[in-house]
Design a binder for this molecule. Sequence first.
Ligand SMILES: [Zn+2]
Length: 289
Amino acid sequence: MTTQSKREKAQAKQQAALEKLEQGILDITTEADWRQYLDFHSKFYNYSASNTMLIYGQCPEAGHVAGYKAWQKLGRQVRKGEKGIVILAPCRKKVEDNKTGDEVWRIFGFKTATVFDVSQTDGDDLEETDIKAQTTEAELYRNLKAFGEAQGFKVLEQAYPSSYGVCIYKPSGIEIRVDPLLSVDLRASILAHELGHALMHNADEYREHSLTSQKELEAESVAYCITQYFGVAKDQKRSFAYITCWNRESDQALEQFKASMSVISKTVKTIIEGIESTASNESEALALA
Ligand SMILES: [Zn+2]
């Protein structure tokens, strides 16, 4: 095959993946659709938003995906005839940083890559990895509070008029208040929501947000994924009202929605990794004590 046609083939594959991704997003038209996507996202939180959507669109039951060779290393073989799941992989190159002169990795576009779900493979049993961290509501609340404080936010159990939780943007920093009279599971869920706002939105964006706004969708989605991931999902009557009033007609709207998916995904990852690294430091400290 000539280089030209190889490149054309690669571009066509990439275009098809991007179209699949956009179709997947446009197919989310109800709050239930979005909730289902977020359930999936909670399992694949360490993938980018685009790849989570691509995997979800092609294999909604996926539990654990890896490339062909990665499965072989895990002692499993992809079955003959299985159709791979196409995702996007960044093309990275080492370049010199203009300011520091250090060598750093930069991303130059994307190429497609193929992965397979565990259900498409045979072989050794996978080592049981504790994908879903089980924790109690009280632990989650404590961990979220410690995480927020480590980010420099003040987290107080203090009532605020007509609100279960609030972010107050002060010149000295962000103060989050959670109503102390609420049950601990609600407090955890509300704190996750407010932390989402504090990490994703500035004071103006926060002030303007309403129940049907995109900013509210972002905070609700982060809180949903966090409580789902930690297995504390009693209160999942969340409002994703923006989904039903989102105007899908314009390209700009699609780009804005993709931006939301990306910021939700990054924030969920930051919170989960922040909590898990503190938790593992604590258990190491206990082990050494
Ligand atoms: Zn909110």
